[in-house]
Design a protein around this ligand. Structure first.
Ligand code: ATP
Length: 436
């Protein structure tokens, strides 16, 4: 039958090579060569805490018009040719859905955990066609990708080298900085200025040469014109849930589940402490419950912000809950607690500053012998101001929304999901992504 369909694919790579987004780019090209129209390519990031992921837990979805049976055969052939089947952890999944699917499965896969059985039941219930290879785990990501509906989206232009190619990539460092100079804040995270690093060129053994993230296809393409590199073999612009905080749900300290990511508020309950490896930890409390918050060493200068927190500061924190800690991606300092300092008072009789008379004995004037029990209390200035703070681009997770994307109302904590009551699981089962 000829109509609009969605093709979802996941779990084709291994730590030694390949990348599902590359496979998606190749398949899109092959489909076009076969006369299909490919109206949209989606790069769908899923729960960043799943243990089986190779790198960034990405699945892809192509929205295509043409014959569904043939498209399924082409997608399977592409996976069979390119997926790294030799790796135990590579378990590809291919799905073709000719009808819009409810978004609930996608929502669960980006904010929580799903099983292969649940993916198969979901696909069966909605009449989708699928094939799982080996243990079929890739069907989870493939099913989530075909059911994905983004309430917010960004774009990424990915340029690829040949998939067999290994070793260093040739991408001009200065050209990447110029690309960001010319297009920021409409593109972001190509470089990390604070740490003087190129971020958009990976070091992993996969076909990605570089990736430019931005707010529209036009902006990522403009940035791309500045990049000087070895010749890519293929390029693809994906619409994506990267940079949208799609993984965050409203959380409560004391009631967080392992491997989910939260936006939660609380009051700082301990001074930050720097541990081995330079990781910084502090406790955040809500009533009688506390949780440890972590700013790891790769978050670099963000740790200096965290080190300025004091007990009593009120925060909204965003991050994944793992092994008893919230691993911070960003935080809003809602209120800074006043800090006061105490020192011996000035003697009322002779004007000299008193000194301590010993533990619990107040103060004594060494000049005239006068005594006092009242210290001089003054308010110390806080170096930390209320507002949002985030990890640098080099430490940013794919799904984390960078502050450069926040509206001024969001920055002020006045709008959207950053008012914590507005954030959370809607469990909506809405559909409607097909263009016709
Ligand atoms: P690739 O480029 O191949 O997509 P990756 O880093 O995205 O690499 P995968 O190799 O795809 O990771 O491994 C992730 C595996 O976890 C896939 O099999 C996918 O179906 C599965 N998965 C994704 N999200 C979830 C989830 N929420 N719950 C359980 N399994 C999931």
């Amino acid at each position: 039958m000829v109509g609009i369909m969605r093709i979802g694919i996941d779990d084709t790579d291994s730590p030694e090579g390949m990348c599902t987004t590359y496979l998606g780019a190749v398949l899109a090209r092959r489909l076009r060569q076969e006369g299909y129209s490919v109206s949209e390519a989606l790069l769908v990031r899923l729960n960043p805490n799943v243990p089986y992921k190779t790198r960034g837990n990405a699945a892809i979805c192509l929205e295509v018009k043409g014959d569904a049976g043939q498209a399924f055969a082409l997608a399977c052939a592409c996976v069979e040719e390119l997926a790294d089947f030799s790796a135990a952890q590579t378990n590809p999944g291919v799905v073709v859905a000719e009808r819009p699917l409810p978004r609930g499965f996608y929502h669960r896969a980006v904010t929580g955990f799903c099983t292969t059985g649940e993916a198969i039941a979901f696909l069966d219930a909605h009449g989708a066609c699928y094939r799982g290879y080996k243990n079929g785990r890739g069907l989870i990501g493939a099913a989530a990708a075909v059911g994905a509906v983004f309430s917010d989206a960004t774009y990424e232009l990915l340029a690829y080298r040949r998939h067999e190619e290994q070793g260093g990539r040739i991408v001009g460092r200065e050209s990447v900085f110029s690309a960001e100079d010319a297009t920021y804040p409409h593109t972001w995270d190509s470089v990390d200025r604070e740490n003087d690093m190129v971020v958009c060129v990976p070091h992993t053994p996969d076909p990605v040469l570089f990736g430019i993230r931005g707010e529209s296809p036009a902006w990522v393409r403009t940035a791309r014109t500045h990049i000087q590199s070895q010749e890519p073999v293929i390029e693809q612009v994906y619409r994506t849930n990267q940079g949208t905080d799609a993984h965050l749900v409203a959380g409560k300290i004391g009631a967080m589940d392992e491997g989910r990511s939260y936006l939660a508020s609380g009051t700082v309950a301990s001074l930050p402490r720097t541990g081995r490896g330079g990781h910084v930890a502090f406790d955040l409390a809500d009533g009688e419950h506390t949780v440890r918050c972590m700013a790891y060493e790769p978050t670099k200068g963000f740790r200096d912000v965290v080190r300025q927190l004091v007990p009593g500061d009120v925060l909204l924190v965003a991050g994944s809950y793992r092994k008893g800690s919230v691993n911070l991606e960003k935080m809003r300092v809602c209120e800074v607690h006043p800090i006061s300092t105490r020192r011996p008072p000035v003697c009322g009789a002779c004007g000299r500053r008193m000194t301590s008379a010993g533990a619990g004995k107040g103060y004594k004037c060494r000049e005239c012998g006068a005594r006092s029990f009242q210290p001089e209390v003054s308010r110390a200035p806080r170096t930390l101001s209320p507002g949002w703070y985030e990890v640098p681009p080099s430490a940013r997770r794919h799904l984390a929304k960078p502050l450069v994307r926040f509206t001024s109302a969001e920055l002020a904590g006045l709008q959207g999901r950053y008012l914590i009551a507005d954030c959370g699981e809607t469990g909506r089962e809405d559909t409607g992504y097909y263009t016709s």
